[in-house]
Design a binder for this molecule. Structure first.
Ligand SMILES: C[S@@+](CC[C@H](N)C(=O)[O-])C[C@H]1O[C@@H](n2cnc3c(N)ncnc32)[C@H](O)[C@@H]1O
Length: 250
């Protein structure tokens, strides 16, 4: 894709997700369950949510810890949505919204106790993201990062063909654990996001939005692509999905 087409594609994708609470699959109770098992953090951890979208996780983290969250996203549209939601929830004082590139954060080494990133690391590549983010974390800091993962070594051909094109770097959970270990983390636990959370919290609201949005050629092409993604997930969600990797710096 050349730069102009990429810009047009990102604009259409952003437009399609405008107003949605989640810009990717996720579930609040599932996230809270992960948080309730993180025992080694300070009472008021310094938190970063990278690729935060409109703040599904950033707001939950701020509420859970009553601590400040640096929330970074490259989309100004999503950052504006986050600001509005934070204000509505009375959490403005805990959210530091940053419109910027999560690969080029100008933050001091060791300044984060809990790094959260949901559905976003793939934009950099899982291993590359871990290597870049590792130095942000304090000693024994925790990272919770979701990554599209194969749940089997025996991937059905149609799923493999689709994802070979959409995300060729997608690995099995074992490969991702190796990638984490190579990047300076030990893996404390892994958690698969249930497929129901994809449908209820992401695909169904997205489908409704598809019916409301004004159709342009670039929106049409993003819709076609998303519908194909949903068809593949409908058939093969036993073979892949988002795994949340709970990591600690070594
Ligand atoms: C699938 S969405 C997930 C958003 C959010 N975490 C959620 O679950 O609702 C991925 C997000 O990553 C953001 N993103 C992609 N590349 C980025 C980059 N280099 N720096 C910061 N944000 C980025 C996108 O704008 C988008 O909001």
């Amino acid at each position: 894709m050349n730069t102009d087409s990429l810009t047009e594609y990102v604009a259409a994708l952003t437009d399609l997700h405008r107003g949605l609470d989640r810009k990717g699959p996720g579930e609040s109770d599932f996230s809270r369950n992960i948080l309730s098992n993180l025992s080694t953090l300070p009472l008021k951890p310094r938190i970063a949510d990278l690729g935060c979208g409109s703040g599904a996780s950033a707001l939950l983290l701020a509420q859970h810890y009553q601590s400040t969250v640096m929330a970074v996203d490259s989309s100004s549209v999503f950052i504006d949505e986050l600001k509005a939601r934070a204000k509505q929830l009375g959490l403005e004082h805990l959210i530091i919204p940053i419109h910027g590139d999560m690969a080029k954060l100008d933050r001091s080494v060791g300044s984060v106790d809990l790094l959260w990133s949901e559905g976003a690391a793939y934009n950099l590549g899982f291993e590359q993201a871990l290597k870049i983010w590792r130095s942000l974390l304090a000693k024994s800091g925790i990272a919770v990062i979701s990554e599209m993962s194969w749940f089997t070594d025996d991937v059905p051909e149609p799923a493999s063909a689709y994802w070979q094109n959409a995300y060729p770097m997608m690995g099995t959970e074992a490969e991702n654990i190796d990638r984490a270990n190579r990047s300076g983390f030990s893996v404390l636990s892994t958690h698969r996001l249930p497929s129901q959370a994809w449908w209820v919290n992401y695909y169904e609201p997205l489908r409704e939005r598809m019916q409301q949005i004004e159709i342009t050629p670039s929106i049409q092409s993003v819709i076609r692509e998303t519908e194909e993604e949903m068809r593949v997930f409908e058939k093969f969600s036993d073979s892949y999905g988002y795994t949340f990797y709970v990591l600690q710096t070594t």
